[in-house]
Design a protein around this ligand. Sequence first.
Ligand SMILES: [Zn+2]
Length: 364
Amino acid sequence: MNSAIRPSPGRSSLLATALGMLALTALAVQPAAAEERAKDLFGAEKLPTATAPQSFGFYSKGCFAGGVAIPMDGPTWQVMRPSRNRRWGHPAMIALIEKLSRDAVADGWPGLLIGDIAQPRGGPMTTGHASHQIGLDADIWLTPMPDRTMTRAQRENMSATLMVDEKTHLVKDALWTPQHTALLKRAASYPQVERILVNPGIKKKLCDTVKGDRSWLRKIRPFWGHDYHFHMRIGCQPGSPNCKAQETTPDDDGCGKPLAWWFTEEPWRPNKNPDAPKARDLMMMANLPKECRAVLDAPGPASAEAATYHSGAVPVAVAGPEPETPSQPATTASGGGDLPGAANAFAATPRMGAPVPRPRPPVN
Ligand SMILES: [Zn+2]
């Protein structure tokens, strides 16, 4: 594992002394190596592992193997902020997003703008998001998809529509439509979806306006941010025995007291210590499930396109090398490969231009 220092045998005593010092240095370095910052390592991964899909740990403390990418474009979606390379997820998550996009269009929504899902191998992110670490979280914009294919630059730069007034924390009525409600209801209707995080103002709008079946409101959970997108979270998937489930949501619509709290002053008090490091800044490899080390070390597919999920037509992640041990990903070569370009015969070549990094509002 640690092959950084591999001295060849020396003859002179000077060299021997030097080697002895090197050995000591190596010993001293080892504990530090165990404290590598997880976000730096996971944030640097460009491709998923070419192993069976599996989530390790919890939504806010974990990683995943066998990720697949949602294509940059589908008939009913477009991926936003592509330079972030966060269009990766557990295949079940990607399949569900694609299904939601089709169902949403059938419901009258013009198509989905896809925000962050996860890094190729999950883990804590370099910026934004406490969760999104195990491939089971996805952000979807509350802005309808334009009726044209956006350019790469437009996807990087287009502003999202803030649905909530920052002062009153209420939804801007001029912007909210029955189609927004239908989209959230559709997302909540899937049994795999355990929670949908929205701004408290959006939750209140639903509480105030949804008639008839209100059972799905149980899954809609108020949270800071989430004023231009909603966050869809699915449960641990089969084949992931080390995925930690979240608590189930209470069995009521959540429109009572817990929601009222969000409309008090308390949740909006300024952070007394805004410069304090975030969890993602402190999370070391030792804090993640031990399998996450193997996830980092596992081989990757030949290209991002080779691990792109086309409505299940190309189950690529499992087409790569077999894991060396049945219980966890292989630990041979590190995942290399090219960025999209080697598009396969089944799919349109993704439009990959020069990345244009751009900060965006902090989100969860
Ligand atoms: Zn999110």
